[in-house]
Design a protein around this ligand. Structure first.
Ligand code: WT7
Length: 683
C-alpha cells in the first residue's frame, strides 16, 4: 500500500474507533427508540472522532486529496462502498471537455449500499424516523422494513415494465415511501427524477416531458402545516398531455378518495401483490442514478444528472465528516427531498452510512415556531441541518420558542442554501446551540452533489466564522477568477467562484443537453468548473459566498431563473415586456421584483393585471416563485443597443436610488425617473 492510502486508511480507522468503516456500533438506535437520548450517554464520553483527532492529518490529507486524487478517492471508495465488481481505474476526467468518469470498470448497487448491508448486520436499527406533520405523530422504519418496501416497490416497477435506464418521475410528500421509491429505482437501474411537490401541474408536466418519464409515482394528498395539497389531481392535470406516461402509481397519505383511471394503480395494493425480495441489479459506476431539475440564467430548467458510485461516496463521506456524524446519532436534515439537499443528506448520504435519518414532513412554524426544537428534544437529535430562511423566521418569532425545549442533545448545527447572515448565525450559535454547538455553514449546489465548502472537517478546533463556509472539503480546490478569467491569487480578493479539480460527486451532464452543460459550467473559464456564484477569500484564506453572479435569484434557498420568470409573465397577452430582478429580503434572503410594460389599449386596472400575472406564475411554476412585487412601468432602462440595464433595476428594487450612477447613456434616461417615482409611491 502506498503511503497516501495508508494514511487515509489510518485516518478512517481512527474515525471509526478501530473498526472498519462499516462495522456497526452497539449503541445504535433500535426500535423502539428511546423517547429522548439519556443525557448521561453524552456527558463524559470521549469519542475518538473528536474533531481534534482529525487535526494531525487534515491539512496534509487535504493536500494529498488534490495531489493524488486517484489514491485518495480510490482508497475511500474501496473501503466505504460494497462493490459487486471492484473498479479497475479510479478516474478518467477532462475538465476541458466536461467528461467525467469515476471508478471505471466497477459495478455496485446504490440501494444495496444504503439498505441491504445495514439490514444484514443490524436489521432492527432505525433507518428513518418519519416526523409527520402533527408533532409526535412519528413512525420508525427499521433497515429491514426499508429493505422490504424498497424491494416491493422495485418489483412493482419491474412488473409495470420499468427497465434499466428508464426514467421514473416522483411527485410525492416527504415519506418513507418516497425514500423507498428512490431506492427502488436505484435497485433496478431506473433513473429517478424527483419533482418538488410545490411545483405546479404545468411545471411537473414540462419535467415529465423533458425526461420522457414512463411512470409517475405520487400520493393521494400531501399534508403540510395542517393543510392538504391535492397531489393526485395535480398529477392528473400534468399527465393529461404526456403521451410518454404509461402508469401512475398512487400511494396513500391521507386516504382521501381520489378518482382513479385505468392508467392509475394503487401503490400499496400493488406492493402487497409482489414478492418482498428483489435482487439488486449490479450497475456500472457511471450509470445514471438520478436527475434533478434546477433553474439556470437562461431557458428552461435543466435536468442535472448524477451517476452511481462517485455521487454515493461523496454524499456519504461529507455527511459523516462535515456533521461529525457518529454511529448511534439521531441526525435530522429538515430539507425537502424534492431538492438536492434532501437527496444527498436525508436519503443517500446518511443511509449509506447506516445512520438514523429524520424525515421531516412539516414546516418550521407548525403548530408554532418551536416545532424544530420540540422535535430535537423528543427525538434526541444530535445533528440538525436547516435553511437560513427558516432560521431568520424563527429568530423573529422570539427566543422563548427555543428556550422551552431541552436542546442538550445537539452538537452540530448546519445550514445551506443561501448566506447565513451574521445576526442569524449568532442566534443559531448562541440561542439554539447555547454557545456549545458547532455551526457549519455549508456551501454547495445541485451540481456539486455534496457539500463542497464548510467549516468542518477542520485542521484544528478553530471557531467557525459567522457568514463563512470557510474551507474546501477534500478534493475541492476553490479558485477565484475575474470576469476575464484571470486567477486572483492571495488573500482579500473577490471573484467568480470556480473549482479546479474534478471530485467524485460532481454532476456528469444536463440530461439531453451536454452542450448546455459545457456552456454553463465549463466554457466560461476553460479548465475550471464555474459555479455561477461570487466569493471572497479573506486574510486567513477562508471563503465567504457573495451571491449569484448570473441572472438567478435565490428565494428561500430556491434558485429561480429571471429568464424563466420573464417568459412566464410574457405569456399574458396584455404584457409587452418584463424584467425581473432580485432584491434583498429580510427573511427570504432575496425577493422577486418584476417590472412590467403593458401593451397599448389594456383596459383593466393595474391591480387586476397584476393579480392575473401572479396567477400565471402560480400555475406555470408554483406558489413559491410568485413575485413579491410586480410594478407596471412605462418603459425599461435600456442601452442604445436595446440591452436592459438590470443593474439599475436592481438598485431601484433595493431602495438604493442614490447609487444609480450615470444614466445619461441610456436610450431614454427619463424612464429611470418614472420608475423610481412609481417605486417610491408603492412604498
Ligand atoms: C446555490 C445552489 C446545495 C443545497 C441547496 C441549494 C446558494 C448554497 C450556500 C451558502 C451562500 C449558498 C448558492 C448556490 N448557496 N449554499 N452556504 N452560502 N449561498 O441548492 O438549488 O443547487 O442552489 O445556493 O448561490 O449556487 P441549489
Amino acid at each position: 500500500m502506498s503511503s497516501v492510502s495508508m494514511r487515509v486508511a489510518r485516518w478512517l480507522t481512527n474515525q471509526w474507533r478501530g473498526a472498519s468503516a462499516l462495522t456497526l456500533p452497539q449503541q445504535s438506535l433500535h426500535r423502539p427508540p428511546p423517547l429522548s437520548r439519556p443525557l448521561s450517554s453524552r456527558a463524559g464520553v470521549s469519542y475518538p472522532l473528536q474533531l481534534s483527532s482529525v487535526s494531525e492529518s487534515h491539512a496534509s490529507l487535504y493536500e494529498e486529496s488534490l495531489k493524488h486524487p486517484e489514491q485518495f478517492w480510490g482508497d475511500l471508495a474501496s473501503r466505504r462502498l460494497r462493490w459487486t465488481k471492484k473498479f479497475d481505474q479510479v478516474m478518467d476526467c477532462d475538465m476541458r471537455n466536461g467528461q467525467f468518469k469515476w471508478f471505471l470498470g466497477g459495478s455496485l448497487n446504490v440501494s444495496e449500499n444504503c439498505v441491504d448491508r445495514h439490514a444484514e448486520e443490524d436489521p432492527d436499527r432505525v433507518a428513518i424516523i418519519w416526523e409527520r406533520d402533527e408533532p409526535g405523530d412519528t413512525q420508525f422504519i427499521t433497515y429491514s422494513q426499508l429493505l422490504e418496501s424498497t424491494s416491493r416497490i422495485a418489483n412493482v416497477l419491474k412488473r409495470e415494465g420499468v427497465k434499466k435506464g428508464d426514467i421514473v418521475a416522483i411527485y410525492m410528500p416527504a415519506s418513507p415511501l418516497l425514500a423507498a421509491t428512490m431506492l427502488a429505482c436505484a435497485r433496478i437501474g431506473a433513473i429517478h427524477s424527483v419533482v418538488f411537490a410545490g411545483f405546479s401541474a404545468e411545471a411537473l408536466k414540462s419535467r415529465i416531458l423533458d425526461a420522457s418519464a414512463s411512470v409517475v409515482v405520487t400520493a393521494d394528498e400531501a399534508v403540510r402545516g395542517g393543510k392538504t395539497i391535492p397531489l393526485k389531481s395535480i398529477v392528473d392535470e400534468a399527465v393529461g398531455g404526456c403521451q410518454c406516461v404509461q402508469r401512475v402509481l398512487v400511494s396513500q397519505r391521507t386516504g382521501a378518495h381520489v378518482p382513479m383511471t385505468p392508467r392509475d394503480l394503487q401503490l400499496e395494493q400493488a406492493m402487497s401483490e409482489v414478492s418482498d425480495s428483489c435482487a439488486p441489479e449490479p450497475l456500472d459506476s457511471e450509470d445514471p442514478l438520478f436527475m434533478l431539475y434546477t433553474s439556470g440564467s437562461t431557458g428552461k430548467p435543466k435536468g442535472i444528472l448524477h451517476t452511481q458510485a462517485g455521487y454515493l461516496l461523496y454524499a456519504s463521506i461529507t455527511q459523516q465528516y462535515v456533521f461529525d456524524y457518529r454511529p448511534g446519532d439521531v441526525y435530522a436534515c429538515v430539507a425537502d427531498i424534492g431538492w438536492i439537499t434532501g437527496h444527498s443528506y436525508v436519503v443517500y448520504g446518511p443511509l449509506c452510512n447506516g445512520a438514523t435519518t429524520v424525515l421531516f414532513e412539516s414546516i418550521p412554524t407548525y403548530p408554532d415556531p418551536g416545532r424544530y426544537w420540540e422535535m430535537v428534544e423528543r427525538l434526541g437529535v444530535r445533528q440538525f441541518y436547516g435553511a437560513p430562511t427558516a432560521l431568520r423566521l424563527l429568530l423573529k418569532a422570539g427566543d422563548h420558542h427555543v428556550h422551552k425545549y431541552d436542546r442538550s442533545s445537539l452538537a452540530t448545527l448546519g445550514c445551506v442554501g443561501e448566506p447565513l447572515n451574521d445576526e442569524a448565525w449568532v442566534w443559531y450559535h448562541s440561542v439554539v446551540g447555547e454557545g456549545r454547538c458547532t455551526v457549519v455553514d455549508t456551501w454547495w449546489q445541485t451540481e456539486t452533489g455534496g457539500i463542497s465548502i464548510a467549516p468542518r472537517p477542520s485542521p484544528d478546533d478553530s471557531t467557525p466564522k459567522p457568514g463563512f463556509p470557510m474551507r474546501p472539503f477534500f478534493g475541492i480546490q476553490p479558485v477565484l477568477v475575474d470576469d476575464q478569467g484571470n486567477e486572483l491569487h492571495g488573500p482579500n480578493v473577490s471573484g467568480n467562484l470556480c473549482i479546479r479539480h474534478p471530485w467524485p460527486g460532481m454532476a456528469r451532464s444536463i440530461y439531453g443537453d451536454h452542450g448546455r452543460f459545457m456552456d454553463t459550467y465549463y466554457r466560461p473559464y476553460p479548465g475550471l468548473y464555474f459555479s455561477g456564484d461570487g466569493a471572497r477569500r479573506d486574510g486567513e484564506g477562508h471563503y465567504q459566498i457573495t451571491g449569484r453572479v448570473d441572472d438567478v435569484i435565490n428565494v428561500k434557498g430556491h434558485r429561480i431563473g429571471t429568464a424563466e420568470l420573464e417568459s412566464c409573465l410574457d405569456h399574458d397577452p396584455r404584457v409587452a415586456e418584463t424584467a425581473v430582478v432580485g432584491f434583498p429580503h429580510d427573511i427570504h434572503g432575496e425577493g422577486i421584483y418584476g417590472y412590467v410594460i403593458l401593451k397599448d389599449g389594456v383596459c383593466e386596472s393595474d391591480e387586476e393585471v397584476i393579480k392575473g400575472l401572479r396567477n400565471i406564475v402560480r400555475m406555470q411554476i408554483g406558489g413559491f416563485a410568485v413575485p413579491e412585487i410586480l410594478m407596471i412601468v412605462p418603459g425599461l432602462p435600456k442601452t442604445r443597443s436595446g440591452k436592459i440595464m438590470r443593474r439599475i433595476l436592481r438598485k431601484i428594487a433595493a431602495d438604493r436610488h442614490d447609487e444609480l450612477g450615470d444614466v445619461s447613456t441610456l436610450a431614454d434616461p427619463s424612464v429611470v425617473e418614472k420608475i423610481v417615482q412609481g417605486h417610491t409611491k408603492r412604498n
